[in-house]
Design a protein around this ligand. Structure first.
Ligand SMILES: NC(=O)c1ccc[n+]([C@@H]2O[C@H](COP(=O)([O-])OP(=O)(O)OC[C@H]3O[C@@H](n4cnc5c(N)ncnc54)[C@H](OP(=O)(O)O)[C@@H]3O)[C@@H](O)[C@H]2O)c1
Length: 274
C-alpha cells in the first residue's frame, strides 16, 4: 500500500496534488489531505472524486511548531513509513501587505514550516519514496544580490539555515532589509530558503537515498491560476492547478533521475541554484 501526504491541501495546487495522487495510487493507496482548518479539510476531502485511493483529512498547521512531528508520529504508528510527501503550504500575501507586519507569520509557514516538515518526515521515507517541496522559479540565487548568496550556501544544517532565515526575518521586520540588498518581494528569499533547505537535507542523506531510490527535491510548478497568484498577476490564461500538478506527480512517482536529488526541478529539468 502506498501512503502519501500533502500540506496546504485545502485548495489550489495542494488539492490538485491530492486528487492526482488519489487517482494515480488507486484503491490500495492512502492520501493524507492536510491543512490548518478542520472545516476546510472536511470540505476538501468531500470534493475529491471517488474511485481512487482513500483520502484522509488530518490537521497539519505547518506554522505550529509541534504539528509536523505529531502527525509524523501518527503515520509511523499507522503505516510504519510514508512513500510521498509534498510540502506545498504557503501563506497568502498580496501587494498591499506590509512585509514588516507579515514576515513573522510568513516565515513561520513557508520556511520554518518547511524545515520542520523535512525533519519530521524525511526519516519516515520508505524505499523509492519522495519528498518534494513546492518552491518556485524565484527560488534560485540569480534572483538575489551576490552579497547575500553566502546566507544560503554556507549553512550545512537545517538549524544553521533557520538561523539565517531569522536574520532575514528580523531585518525585514525592523526595516533594515529595505535599505540593504534584500529584494522587496519576500517570496524571493523565502523560496530560496526552501530550496536551500532541500539542498542541505539531500546533501546529508545523498548516498543512502540514492541507494534506496529515494528522491528529495524542490519543484517549480510554474505560474498557476489560483487566487494567490491572481493577487499579483493576470493568471487567467495560466494552467489550472490540476494541469500544474501533473509534472510534480510525475517527479514524485516516476522513474528516478539521480541528477534531481537535492535540486529545484521544473518539468523534469534541473533549474541551477547558482
Ligand atoms: N500559484 C502560482 O502561480 C504558484 C507559482 C509558483 C509556485 N507556487 C507554489 O505552489 C504552492 C501552492 O500555491 P497555491 O497558489 O496553490 O496556494 P493557495 O491556493 O493559496 O493555497 C495555499 C494552501 O496553503 C494552506 N496554508 C496556509 N497556511 C497554512 C498553514 N499554516 N498550515 C497548513 N496549510 C496552510 C492554505 O490553507 P487555507 O485553505 O486554510 O488557507 C491553502 O490550502 C505554494 O508553495 C506556492 O508558493 C505557486
Amino acid at each position: 500500500m502506498t501512503v502519501a501526504l500533502v500540506t496546504g491541501a485545502t485548495q489550489g495546487l495542494g488539492l490538485a496534488l491530492v486528487e492526482g495522487l488519489a487517482q494515480r495510487l488507486g484503491p490500495t493507496g492512502t492520501v493524507y489531505l492536510t491543512g490548518r482548518n478542520a472545516d476546510r479539510i472536511t470540505a476538501a476531502v468531500r470534493a475529491v472524486p471517488g474511485g481512487g485511493a482513500e483520502v484522509r483529512g488530518e490537521l497539519l498547521d505547518v506554522a505550529d511548531p509541534g504539528s509536523s512531528a505529531a502527525l509524523a508520529g501518527k503515520i509511523r504508528e499507522r503505516h510504519g513509513g510514508i512513500d510521498v510527501v509534498f510540502g506545498n503550504a504557503v501563506m497568502r500575501v498580496g501587494p498591499d501587505d506590509d512585509p514588516r507586519t507579515i514576515i513573522g507569520a510568513y516565515t513561520e509557514v513557508n520556511n520554518f514550516g518547511t524545515t520542520r516538515l523535512l525533519r519530521a518526515f524525511a526519516p519516515l521515507l520508505n524505499d523509492n519514496g519522495s519528498l518534494i517541496v513546492v518552491a518556485s522559479s524565484p527560488g534560485t540565487l540569480r534572483h538575489l544580490a551576490p552579497a547575500l548568496h553566502r546566507r544560503f550556501t554556507e549553512p550545512s544544517t537545517l538549524d544553521e539555515l533557520d538561523a539565517q532565515i531569522v536574520r532575514w526575518r528580523d531585518a525585514v521586520r525592523d526595516g533594515s532589509a529595505r535599505s540593504g540588498a534584500w529584494p522587496g518581494f519576500v517570496n524571493i528569499p523565502s523560496k530560496i530558503g526552501q530550496v536551500a533547505a532541500v539542498r542541505i537535507l539531500a546533501n546529508e542523506r545523498r548516498e543512502n537515498d540514492l541507494a534506496r531510490g529515494i528522491l528529495i527535491a524542490a519543484s517549480c510548478p510554474g505560474m498557476i491560476n489560483t487566487p494567490t497568484s491572481a493577487l499579483w498577476w493576470d493568471v487567467s490564461t495560466a494552467p489550472a492547478p490540476a494541469q500544474a500538478a501533473t509534472a510534480l506527480l510525475d517527479l514524485a512517482l516516476g522513474p528516478r533521475d539521480p541528477a534531481h536529488h537535492g535540486e529545484l526541478v521544473r518539468h523534469g529539468e534541473v533549474v541551477p541554484f547558482s
